[in-house]
Structures are given as structure tokens and as C-alpha cells.
Design a protein around this ligand. Structure first.
Ligand SMILES: NC(=O)C1=CN([C@@H]2O[C@H](COP(=O)(O)OP(=O)(O)OC[C@H]3O[C@@H](n4cnc5c(N)ncnc54)[C@H](O)[C@@H]3O)[C@@H](O)[C@H]2O)C=CC1
Ligand SMILES: O=C1O[C@H](COP(=O)(O)O)[C@@H](O)[C@H](O)[C@H]1O
Length: 242
């Protein structure tokens, strides 16, 4: 399995629980901080030759690498998130990789959180749900880049049949949900549920899917029904317990 952006937070959550479960090849533009437990490729995802070598022989790719900042400027979004994703997904499709898992974001649909809907949207009593079938509605240029990534995944799936899932990740924080931040509590994804969700993305059967990546929070305004149904996602955590 190839894991891009392996040295970041999502990569850490995945490797902490699944490090021993798969034969990993890790890729990041930053070198490892210590002696890596797995094969480690230092490369930028915009480097086509390096990426083509990295995907060679892989059954699956989890593509996390990119600029994660909601306020990321356009030049970074364009290079790291759009060009980088195109380079990785095209190389994976050409190499005949079986499954491609793309880390999309809540910011692909963040503009559904209108002044009229918030803050009630973030509360348990509100029944509004986004389920992945709605049109994209990004809240910033970073979100635009994630929508572009989802569209690239759709295109390469349709062109080559590569099984592809885009996970609109919520707010990953370790140990407990964000404090004094209702939006973050509604879209909290625990480290444990994060690892489980990406494991399901590696194991389940699907064609092309968009799912939400959050824990089973009482406050949720993202449906996790599709992730349950198609992937067998069974989250254990809930921000309401904290
Ligand atoms: N952490 C979260 O709550 C959320 C994360 N995501 C997405 O998940 C992915 C991972 O996010 P985090 O782990 O939080 O970010 P992070 O910044 O902790 O990790 C990203 C990793 O990607 C690497 N990277 C960045 N650009 C690269 C490039 N051009 N080539 C090679 N490596 C590159 C960085 O060196 C870093 O190790 C990102 O795509 C982000 O947009 C989406 C929604 C929420
Ligand atoms: O996509 C992302 O979303 C989370 C949550 O967004 P926020 O605006 O509520 O902080 C963010 O923490 C993460 O860095 C980003 O990649």
C-alpha cells in the first residue's frame, strides 16, 4: 500500500493502528524524523517520475499529501493539492492500482453552513444532513482544490475503472474533540475511527464513492450512512461523550 503525506497527522493516525497490518510504502516530501518502520520515499507528489516509481506494484494508494490549511493560498492549492493529486491519481490508474483513496475535506461543502443555518446546524436538535450526493459548495480555495481532487478521481475512475473513494474528512484531533468549537465537535474524527475508516477503504468493495469521515457524533450534520453501508464503517467514538 502506498501512503502519501505519511508524515502528517492523518498518516500518523493510520499508521499507529494499521502499521503492522499492511506492507506499507510511505511517501512524503519531508524526510522521516527517525528510523522509519517502513519503506520511505522522500519525494514531492508533483514529481511525476518519482510518483510513477512509488505507485509501481501497489495494490492500493491512500493519497493524503497536500496543503491542509483552509486558508492555503491559490499557488499552493494549485501545486500541492490539484497538480499533486492529478499526478498521483493518473500514475495509480496507469499502473493498474486496484483501489485509490483520496483525502478530501469538509471544506469541499463548507459553504452549506450559511448564516441562516448556523450555529443551529452544529447542534443535536438540528436534522439537516449532507450525505455526499449534494453538489460541491466549497468554503475557500482549499475547498475548491478538494473538489478538483474529487473530480479528478471521478474522471480516472470512469476512464480506467479504478475503484476510488473520496473521504470528506471532518476535524481530526487526538484524544478528545476540539474544545469550545461547536463546528469542530460536530465533525470530529477520532484517531481510532480515522484508522478504522481508512482500513475499510482498503478492504471494502466499491466503484466510485464520496463519504464523510467523522465519528458517530450526536451533533453531526454529515451523514455517515453511506460509509456504513458501502464500506462497513462502524465508528466507536462520539464527541458528546466529552
Ligand atoms: N487533519 C484534518 O482534520 C483534515 C485533513 N484533511 C486532509 O487530509 C490530508 C492530510 O492532512 P493532515 O495529515 O492533517 O496534514 P499534515 O500537514 O499534518 O500532513 C500532510 C503531509 O503531506 C506532506 N506534503 C504536503 N505537500 C506535499 C507534496 N507536495 N508532496 C509530498 N508531500 C507533501 C507534508 O509534508 C505532510 O507530512 C490533507 O490532504 C488534508 O487536506 C482533510 C480534512 C481534515
Ligand atoms: O480540511 C481541513 O479541515 C479541518 C477542519 O476545518 P476547520 O476550518 O474547522 O479547522 C482542519 O482542521 C484541517 O486542517 C483541514 O485540513
Amino acid at each position: 500500500m502506498l501512503l502519501t503525506g505519511a508524515s502528517g497527522r492523518v498518516g500518523e493516525a493510520i499508521l499507529r493502528r494499521l502499521g503492522e497490518e499492511y506492507d506499507w510504502r510511505l511517501l512524503d516530501r519531508e524526510p522521516p524524523t527517525g528510523e522509519p518502520d517502513h519503506e520511505y520515499v522522500v519525494a514531492d507528489v508533483t514529481d511525476e517520475e518519482a510518483v510513477r516509481e512509488a505507485v509501481d506494484g501497489m495494490d492500493a494508494v491512500i493519497h493524503l499529501a497536500g496543503d491542509p490549511r483552509p486558508e492555503a493560498p491559490w499557488d499552493s492549492v494549485l501545486a500541492n493539492n490539484i497538480d499533486g493529486t492529478q499526478t498521483v491519481v493518473a500514475a495509480a490508474a496507469d499502473a493498474g492500482v486496484g483501489k485509490f483513496v483520496f483525502a478530501s475535506s469538509n471544506h469541499a461543502v463548507g459553504a452549506y453552513e450559511t448564516d441562516e443555518r448556523t450555529p443551529e446546524l452544529y447542534r443535536t436538535s438540528d436534522e439537516f444532513r449532507l450525505d455526499g450526493t449534494e453538489l460541491p459548495r466549497p468554503s475557500n480555495l482549499y475547498g475548491v482544490g478538494k473538489v478538483a481532487g474529487e473530480t479528478l478521481c471521478r474522471y480516472y475512475h470512469d476512464e480506467t475503472g479504478m475503484n476510488t473513494v473520496c473521504v470528506r474528512v471532518g476535524n481530526l484531533t487526538e484524544d478528545h474533540p476540539p474544545i469550545d468549537y461547536e463546528r469542530g465537535q460536530a465533525m470530529w474524527l477520532s484517531y481510532r475511527d480515522c484508522a478504522h475508516l481508512f482500513e475499510r477503504c482498503l478492504e471494502a468493495d466499491y466503484d466510485y464513492e464520496i463519504v464523510y469521515g467523522i465519528s458517530d457524533n450526536d451533533r453531526k450534520y454529515y451523514s455517515i450512512e453511506r460509509a456504513r453501508e458501502v464500506l462497513g464503517y462502524d465508528p466507536q467514538d462520539n464527541s458528546a461523550r466529552y
